[in-house]
Write a protein of this length. Sequence first.
Length: 298
Amino acid sequence: MAEPKSNARLRADAGAPTSGVIHVRTRLTADFTVISNALVQRRGSAVTIGVAAYIASLPDRSPVTITALCQHFNEGEILISRALRELEAAGYLERRRERTSTGTIRTRTYFYDVPGGDPCPVPVPEPAGPPEPPQPRRPREQPAVAVPVRAEAEGAAETGAPEPLAAAAADPRAVAVLAALRLVDPRLVLTAGEAARLAPAVSQWLAAGLLPTHITDHLTARLPDRFLTRPAGILAYRLKETPLALPAPPARAFGAEPFVRPAAEPMRNCDGCDRGFRAAEPGRCRECRSGAAGRLAA
């Protein structure tokens, strides 16, 4: 009868630990995220650490609402919301309500690698004049693109004047709209000559009654993942059509009561998805209420 034999090694390799985890290190050169040990080794919920690591791996301007996180994780809204509150209490997450250059109020979410850091927000250019826009922080995977000297020279030749003079002669409101595009998409960096060439088309859109926010949404919506040309070419293509002007308001009959616009409800932030909506009292938006009612009915 054969004796049973073990397949285990007779002895461990020299220098290897006899208990605990043994790390097999691989040097990563792409698609990795640096996270502090203080964050991943903090005591508490594993869901909180997982949510923090996932948010740290996302590029800028990625949605991190409760709804977006629930679509990625298997946990429900309660655990995800609790994880966000723990990260906010620990100083890793901060949500601010800030006013943009167009006057709208948006909620921006800042995630800190180390609590207590400085978010260094990009200053918004004033629409009163054509200031030089600040240099934004670019994502790691998008290196800075140098502007060719030949392209700048061609832009000055087309306008018939040097770039600083052409930009100074352009409509300041149009230049401010073009300069603020890089706050929405850091790839939309324009030179002074390019802004001067695009400013007349933007002025026509403003004269037609469109708000700067509408023009910004039109120019930045559904942009390609990779530009095959300068951003000015894409913007010029989207601005080539002149929008229709606003129709004249109908004449009011003599003695008729003037139209009084009803007062708008104040803006609220949804307690469930942090989305902005108008309501008289704080609470949840229509989508969250309908989703909660559907789950209760089920």
